[in-house]
Design a protein around this ligand. Structure first.
Ligand SMILES: O=C([C@H](O)CO)[C@H](O)[C@H](O)COP(=O)(O)O
Length: 215
């Protein structure tokens, strides 16, 4: 089984704390995600900082774009993003705009399926348009209401689309094995790492669990 990538969700608002957390977990993760609250607060300068500091890491900017796809995402690809996210609920015109911006920078697009009523249809149409990654996502508010992403993950991986499937929403050590076995290509972890007493130790444990589950 191909080893899934680990994506660290950097969800602090503080610029320096975000960079410090990235430094701690860097040896164990493949993708740095600048989370939505963080990118809204800090903007393109944080993208530039992480790009300069980590030229070889993948950098995802979780814009969750809802409108003006090409215009909004263009600046973040230009600053060094490898992947920007666009909301599935935004519609195909906006998703197409982000895809256009990504192409100009030889970069990629992730469609976030958060709150999309028909995830299969959105994933199929977005893949046809050229999006490379489908993001199955139970957001922080839905998690607080007791929801998990695993049912949606099974639905989207079983579509057999020629895309990578990312999963986010409260993933923790106890759920790594089922996540890998469900076919996720990218596993996003936020609170289980940044909320741990030692984020570096927590990231190392996640790395070991993913590697063990993927054999
Ligand atoms: O995308 C996220 C959230 O909606 C805030 O924008 C999180 O980064 C994502 O859910 C991963 O974090 P955890 O759920 O804490 O693992």
């Amino acid at each position: 089984m191909a080893r899934p990538l680990i994506q660290m969700a950097l969800d602090s608002l503080d610029f320096n704390q975000t960079v410090a957390l990235a430094d701690q977990v860097a040896p164990y993760v493949d993708i740095f995600e600048i989370g939505t609250p963080c990118i809204k607060y800090n903007g393109v300068n944080l993208v530039k900082e992480l790009r300069n500091r980590y030229p070889d890491k993948l950098l995802l900017v979780d814009l969750k774009t809802m409108d003006a796809g090409e215009y909004e995402a263009g600046a973040f690809y230009a600053a060094g993003a490898d992947i920007c996210t666009v909301l599935g609920v935004s519609g195909l015109a906006t998703i197409g705009g982000v895809i256009k911006a990504a192409k100009k920078h030889a970069a990629e697009v992730q469609v976030d399926l958060i709150n999309v009523p028909n995830k299969a249809e959105c994933a199929r149409e977005s893949a046809k348009l050229g999006a490379q990654i489908m993001g199955v996502h139970t957001g922080l508010d839905a998690q607080a209401a007791g929801q998990t992403p695993f049912g949606d993950l099974n639905e989207v991986t079983s579509l057999g689309l020629n895309v990578r499937v990312s999963v986010a929403g409260g993933i923790k050590p106890a759920t790594i094995d089922q996540t890998v076995k469900a076919g996720a290509n990218i596993i996003v972890v936020g609170a289980a790492i940044y909320g741990a007493p030692s984020p570096a130790e927590a990231a190392r444990e996640i790395r070991e669990l993913v590697d063990a589950a993927a054999v």
